[in-house]
Ligand binder design. Structure first.
Ligand code: ZN
Length: 362
């Protein structure tokens, strides 16, 4: 009898623990549906939210919000960049809303899903992984006579192509966060970099970029700035920087950092390289109020010693001129860049814009 009671007790416990487990599982499924599958939540809430929505101008309160996601009902006059500013504190993160919703037509009453936490920072999928192409330009002119000069009409066409095809120019600061596995990039992210500091960036490129609401990253060698009729001035750089262009370092004198001069002692060489790396950080910081964190190696020349010294000088990454797009697991001091040449040397522009590398992940 006693043992029978024991069996009954045991089975009752089993039933109650199964029931508790069932409730837990049900709660977990609900939690998953509403938090991890924001689309489901949006569909479930959609109708009632639409009917309840008020149209207070400037009211950006979410109709439903967890730590992971907000569900927002579009009001008259809403703009994506304003919503990004409200939910992320950054109008340039509008792509996060765009990529989470099938349509961002922003018709009043439309329900938008707004993911609040960055997900999948490395851009991994079952089919492969995201890579970020970094385009590299030098100078621009109405007519060009060398391979590193791009006819400005051609550049304008390239930017129009990027816009039309949905590419999103990103900053090198964003690229660093991607490489460090901290934040995702838009699926069609591309970084636009321009080396050396030619005045044509201000006179010809800037108006085109402004028209598209694009930004670029400038790698300047500081001895050039303000010292040639072809060079940018610090005032122009300040204006570009205030407009969202990044100004990063390309040494003082555009010297090959890997080469010791004839008759130069090891100590003198190290001292010289140290200065070539440190001074642009101070100078750019002094003029523009922000110290560079990226280094473009002159002529793309680098070795382990140069990288070690760049790290010592406070850089967080370095770009080469090796043609490739970059996955997040790339060495941040050996990022590839796709140089845009004139003529294109058989490479079409879209070949330089690979944003995904297919591979079976195991
Ligand atoms: Zn250069």
């Amino acid at each position: 009898m006693r043992s029978w009671n024991k069996v009954q007790l045991k089975s009752r416990r089993l039933v109650s623990s199964n029931l508790a487990g069932g409730i837990e599982r049900f709660a977990a499924i609900l939690f998953f549906l509403f938090c991890c599958c924001p689309m489901v939540a949006a569909i479930a809430f959609g109708q009632s939210l639409t009917s309840k929505s008020t149209s207070v101008v400037g009211d950006k309160r979410a109709a439903f919000q967890t730590e992971e996601v907000a569900v927002y009902v579009v009001k008259k006059g809403d703009r994506l960049s304003e919503l990004a500013r409200h939910f992320y504190g950054d109008p340039n993160k509008d792509w996060m809303i765009e990529e989470a919703n099938e349509s961002v037509a922003l018709k009043p009453g439309q329900v938008l899903v707004i993911p609040l936490r960055p997900t999948n920072p490395g851009g991994l999928s079952g089919k492969g992984y995201q890579v970020v192409p970094i385009l590299s330009y030098h100078h621009f002119s109405a007519e060009c006579s060398n391979t590193l000069c791009i006819p400005i009409d051609e550049f304008s066409k390239q930017m129009t192509f990027l816009k039309k095809e949905g590419y999103r120019p990103v900053t090198m600061e964003q690229v660093l966060k991607f490489i460090n596995y901290q934040e995702p990039l838009p699926k069609k992210a591309v970084a636009i970099t321009i080396d050396d500091g030619y005045r044509s960036v201000y006179e010809l490129v800037y108006p085109i970029m402004r028209r598209h609401n694009f930004r670029a990253t400038l790698f300047i060698y500081t001895a050039f700035i303000g010292n040639s009729p072809n060079a940018l001035t610090w005032e122009q750089l300040r204006e570009l920087s205030e407009a969202g262009f990044e100004v990063e370092a390309h040494t003082i004198s555009h010297t090959d950092l890997t080469r010791k001069r004839k008759g130069e002692s090891e100590a003198a060489y190290l001292k010289r390289v140290r200065k070539e790396l440190a001074e642009p950080r101070e100078l750019i910081g002094k003029h523009l109020g922000r110290e560079p964190i990226w280094l473009a190696y002159p002529y793309g020349r680098l070795n382990d010693l140069v990288i070690a010294m760049a790290i010592e000088a406070g850089y967080r990454g370095g770009v080469t001129v090796t043609r490739r797009a970059n996955p997040f697991f790339t060495d941040p001091f050996r990022l590839g860049r796709n140089q845009v040449m004139n003529p294109a040397q058989g490479r079409s522009f879209d070949q330089m814009l690979k944003v995904f590398r297919g591979e079976k992940l195991q």
